[in-house]
Design a protein around this ligand. Structure first.
Ligand code: DGY
Length: 327
């Protein structure tokens, strides 16, 4: 009987042989996440938990996991996990930074282009039989090349987006918790500005900041008021960074021109959300990291974090390093 007991809350796109050599592994087989009550019971019996961003790993659940040695999340963002609660219990929490940077920046770029050039509207127009002739003013949108891009959050993904924007000769502004090194600013060709200036001067704004108390509803009525009426907002980070009611007002009243979201508040977006009635909004179902290669790398990294934690070794990618500091 392998020494450890592990729960994986969804099927992963890789083989689990190596893990199975050291642990008895239970994999939740449904497409929908396991119910919270089920997870709460299960956590009492396991040594390791591999979870996804859709699993609420809150304080009661962490406290119930009396034999839990490690929590490994298959995502870079861990806002679904009560990190302080895990840290108090000295449970390391693993995540998957780096491997999804390019995939997420690529999807961001797809959304910039799709929103600017009205790709989704064009597809709907064609399929509904409205394409009757070439028209000089059909589905016009703004230029991406040469426009001003505002990047909110200049971590790995923000930087990868800046790289892509360079290829489009864009003027690139950014606002971030910490300013980048001068050399990095120069090589990316980016200018650090206040949040207000970014809002006022950008033609496109793209969000790449983690969700925290500080960034919750960072975009609300006051911010939309400051943006250009021609501006387009992109969010591939976390849904609650934008106040959805304020976004609806801004898009329906022409305060901004368009938006493209890969993340929403809540997720999935309710089918009766007024946002779904808007033509100037694109919504994709949180697929920023959804390339075949990236999802495999994320799964492998999550397994590596999990096995390290089970064996009492340092996690290769640990979000709460404080667990390793002296007692
Ligand atoms: C993450 O990793 O945080 C993304 O949102 C999902 O890939």
């Amino acid at each position: 009987m392998p020494p450890f007991r592990v729960l994986i809350t969804r099927r992963l796109p890789i083989e689990l042989d190596e893990l199975e050599a050291i642990a008895s592994v239970e994999v939740w087989q449904e497409r929908q996440p396991p119910p919270y009550e089920w997870l709460l019971e299960k956590v009492k019996t396991i040594d390791g938990l591999l979870c996804l961003l859709t699993d609420p790993i809150n304080r009661p659940l962490i406290e119930a996991g009396t034999s839990l040695k490690v929590i490994s999340q298959m995502a870079v963002g861990c806002d679904n996990i009560d990190i302080p609660a895990a840290t108090v219990r000295k449970i390391p929490v693993g995540h998957t930074p780096g491997v999804l940077t390019d995939a997420t920046a690529d999807l961001t770029w797809a959304l910039v282009m799709a929103a600017a050039r009205r790709v989704v509207e064009g597809d709907r127009f064609t399929r509904s039989g409205q394409w009757k002739t070439w028209e000089p003013d059909l589905l016009l949108g703004p230029n991406v090349s040469g426009a001003t891009l505002g990047i909110v959050g200049m971590g790995r993904i923000g930087q990868a987006v800046a790289q892509r924007a360079k290829g489009f000769d864009m003027r690139i502004l950014y606002h971030s918790r910490t300013r980048c090194h001068l050399e990095l600013e120069q090589s990316l060709g980016v200018e650090c500005v206040s949040f207000d200036r970014l809002l006022q001067e950008s033609d496109f704004i793209t969000i790449h900041t983690p969700l925290s108390e500080d960034t919750h509803h960072l975009f609300g009525d006051a911010q939309f008021e400051q943006m250009k009426s021609s501006a387009i907002l992109i969010n591939t980070a976390r849904g609650p960074i934008i106040d959805p009611d304020a976004l609806y007002r801004a898009l329906s009243q022409g305060e901004i021109a368009g938006a493209a979201l890969d993340v929403t508040e809540p997720e999935p977006i309710p089918m009766d959300s007024p946002l779904l009635t808007l033509d100037n909004l694109i919504i994709t179902p949180h697929i920023g990291s959804a390339s075949v290669q990236t999802r495999r790398k994320m799964a492998k990294m999550a397994i590596a974090n999990l096995t390290a934690g089970l064996n009492g070794r340092f996690l290769p990618h640990c979000i709460n390093l404080e667990v390793y500091s002296a007692h």
